[in-house]
Design a protein around this ligand. Structure first.
Ligand code: HEM
Length: 207
């Protein structure tokens, strides 16, 4: 076994990086949270007026989950502010559960938003997010901190597939001038979840 130290990113730097990488869906969600009560959803999101509460809680859950995740994973936060970590952890789990449950509600309302590939992927990831949060919470209550960390990283990786797809789609749109559509778009969604899960498993095994 090698004795070489693993290169480490400092807690605040990691939190900042994650916040930048996940900014697109978080900002869209915050904008939607303002548009829904004002009845000002734009034409491309007008269909969501059929499920205003579902979309509102999905957007709110996603924004809170996306903003708290990086802070929760920061070692500095956990080490110096353990009490705050535990309180924010409760909010993070509630937000993640709201995100997962409302993703299933939206899927129920709009089963044809993508091909069967995207519908199946959303169904699997919606349930997987809820399961990972439940397992992470159970491990925290049982003081099994290594398992707690692993399941929370998995939950965050699954939930934030929305951020990775934005990072894939945006440059394609800028370069080609057109969004991906149909099977290509849905495969990009699946790829973004797989990338996140792979990175999450790498982070878990790194220590
Ligand atoms: C497991 C993870 C997730 C699943 C399964 C999921 C599922 C869904 C589904 C089914 C829709 C409706 C799509 C349509 O009918 O066109 C949707 C829309 C949306 N989601 Fe998620 N989502 C997830 C994560 C997130 C996250 C993390 C955020 C924000 C940080 C987010 C923000 C949004 C927003 C803002 C919309 C509305 C789209 C628009 O306004 O054009 N979602 N999501």
């Amino acid at each position: 076994m090698s004795n070489m130290a693993q290169p480490r990113i400092s807690g605040p730097l990691l939190a900042g990086l994650l916040l930048i990488l996940t900014a697109i869906p978080v900002v869209i969600s915050i904008v939607r949270m303002g548009q829904i009560p004002l009845g000002a959803l734009p034409a491309d999101a007008a269909k969501f007026t059929a499920v205003p509460l579902g979309l509102f809680f999905h957007a709110a859950g996603g924004a809170i989950f996306g903003l708290l995740g990086p802070l929760q994973f920061s070692r500095t936060m956990r080490g110096r502010f353990g009490r705050l970590h535990r309180w924010m952890g409760r909010v993070f789990v509630l937000a993640g559960l709201a995100l997962g449950l409302t993703s299933l509600r939206l899927l129920w309302q709009f089963p044809d938003a993508g091909t069967w590939i995207l519908t199946s992927a959303r169904l699997i990831t919606g349930f997987a997010l809820i399961a990972a949060l439940g397992l992470g919470l159970r491990a925290a209550i049982g003081r099994d901190l290594a398992r707690h960390r692993a399941w929370m990283i998995r939950a965050y990786a699954i939930g934030m597939g929305a951020a990775t797809i934005a990072l894939i789609m945006f440059p394609i749109y800028v370069i080609t001038g057109a969004p991906l559509e149909g099977y290509l778009s849905d495969l990009a969604f699946v790829a973004s979840w797989l990338i996140n899960i792979a990175v999450g498993e790498w982070v878990i095994r790194r220590r």
